[in-house]
Design a protein around this ligand. Structure first.
Ligand SMILES: *Cc1c(COP(=O)(O)O)cnc(C)c1O
Length: 366
């Protein structure tokens, strides 16, 4: 049986006509930059995130970059983050010429360990950037407490966790700003690249809006050095059609996760740990297994899509060599990067498919 890691065609069938009608509207009006489709999506995403403001941008990466630039993070500043994340989190910190400072993860949730943050704060710390990995939010209360104590900003990298919940609060609504990605493999995926930044800070909102359009405050008047970080209205159309389905899709992912959890109960397979404070949207269902690479090969040989997020802790990437970190610096991150394996968890999976996937994992290990 073929089970892909993600099957976007299954989802598209049900919304195709609505997406195409909306795209035609944009094309007929030739309103190809900004406009009501983008504004409508911003309003809707702000609302589902429990935030006052949202700024549509060109990608999740540009959301992070814009947030950093708008908060004035730059040369000489330090930003504390996790080494167990997608490259863009740390790439953006380096691109604004600030210094990424890594703090190890909690090996159960894979998110930044809040207990280790205080020791990493210096007088150069400008922001903390927790990442809500795989659909589960980081432990935000202690992160906000340490940030408040030292007067530093918190940028939530919520690229994988739109509408995820921590103690009743939505991803992106707790920190100074929250960044979403609409990369097609995220729970709310566009038909190309896209992203959004949410905030409750009116002043920051205005700056982020200006920053996405070359820092232009009036016609050819540039208060800041911004960039072209605009969200395409065609993307806004597709995302606006998909957004009302997001909660049911995430619920289906949670049900799939539960199904796998039952299958793996009492075996050597370590299933995802979800904190009682959190509701995960399961952007990924990540297990930990012995002989991970062999399990991966076995699943691939059986036509099952699976992947490793992330095989190399970022402090060991060649491009971050200048930071001076070495193997052994972040033992939890290094350990889990050798054990994690993401299985298909997309909403349209059938029981037969899940049985097949779980069966192949277990038949190899037992
Ligand atoms: C996907 C992702 C990003 C980047 O988003 P893009 O839309 O691909 O630019 C940043 N951080 C994390 C944790 C991500 O998963």
């Amino acid at each position: 049986m073929h089970v892909p890691l993600l099957d976007l065609k299954a989802q598209y069938g049900a919304i195709r006509d609505e997406v195409l009608a909306g795209i035609n509207e944009v094309l007929d009006a030739q309103r190809c930059i900004g406009g009501p489709k983008v504004e409508g999506l911003e309003k809707a995403v702000a609302e589902v995130s429990g935030c006052k403001y949202a700024v549509g941008v060109s990608s999740g990466t540009d959301a992070i970059l814009n947030a950093l630039m708008s908060l004035g993070v730059g040369p000489g500043d330090e930003v504390i983050t996790t080494p167990f994340t997608f490259f863009a989190t740390v790439g953006c910190i380096a691109r604004v010429c600030a210094k990424p400072i890594f703090v190890d993860i909690d090996p159960r949730t894979y998110n930044i360990n809040p207990e280790l943050i205080a020791a990493a704060i210096t007088d150069k710390t400008k922001a903390i950037m927790p990442v809500h990995l795989f659909g589960q939010m980081a432990d935000m209360d202690p992160i906000m407490a340490v940030a408040k104590k030292h007067g530093v900003a918190v940028i939530e990298d919520a690229a994988q966790s739109i509408t995820s919940v921590y103690k009743g609060r939505k991803a992106g609504s707790i920190g100074t700003a929250g960044c979403f990605s609409f990369f097609p493999s995220k729970n709310l995926g566009g038909i190309g690249d896209g992203g959004m930044i949410v905030t409750n800070d009116a002043e920051l909102y205005e700056r982020m809006k200006v920053m996405r359009n070359h820092g232009q405050t009036g016609t050819y008047e540039h208060k800041y050095i911004g960039g072209n970080f605009r969200l395409d209205p065609i993307q806004a159309v597709a995302l606006s059609v998909k957004l009302p389905h997001l909660d049911s899709w995430s619920a289906a992912r949670r049900a799939n996760a539960e199904y796998y959890n039952n299958k793996f109960a009492g075996t050597v397979v370590e299933t995802p740990y979800i904190s009682p404070d959190c509701v995960s949207i399961y952007n990924q269902y990540v297990i930990r297994v012995p002989k991970r690479d062999e399990v991966l090969e076995h699943l691939k040989a059986n036509d099952i899509g699976c992947a490793v997020y992330y095989p190399v802790s970022l402090h060991l990437q060649e491009c971050f060599g200048y930071l001076g970190y070495k193997e052994g610096d972040f033992p939890a991150s290094e350990k889990v990067s050798g054990e994690v394996l993401a299985l298909p968890v997309y909403p349209e999976l059938t029981d037969e498919m899940k049985d097949y996937v779980a069966g192949k994992v277990l038949s190899f290990l037992q």
